[in-house]
Design a protein around this ligand. Sequence first.
Ligand SMILES: [Mg+2]
Length: 95
Amino acid sequence: MTKIEKDIYEALEKKYGRPHQVTVCIEELAELTKVLTKYLRNNQISLMMVIEEIADVEICLTQMRIFFDMKNGVNFFKDFKVRRLQKFYIEGDLK
Ligand SMILES: [Mg+2]
């Protein structure tokens, strides 16, 4: 994350407050859910709309990382879970 991104997300929190920004994130997650289901179900959604919603969610998740990432907690769990997937699906350890 660049310093400009961090400054923007901190300015948003200062202006609107954390609960509002968390609510926006929930809304963006719902929008991505909606376009993905519509894309799979009937192809009435263009790939560009899916990509746009993914971008919205990534922006919001970056902001949530600033809010909730206590000393790289997100990175810790992400690394742990990716290693577990690697063990199961790449190394074949399905125990
Ligand atoms: Mg959106």
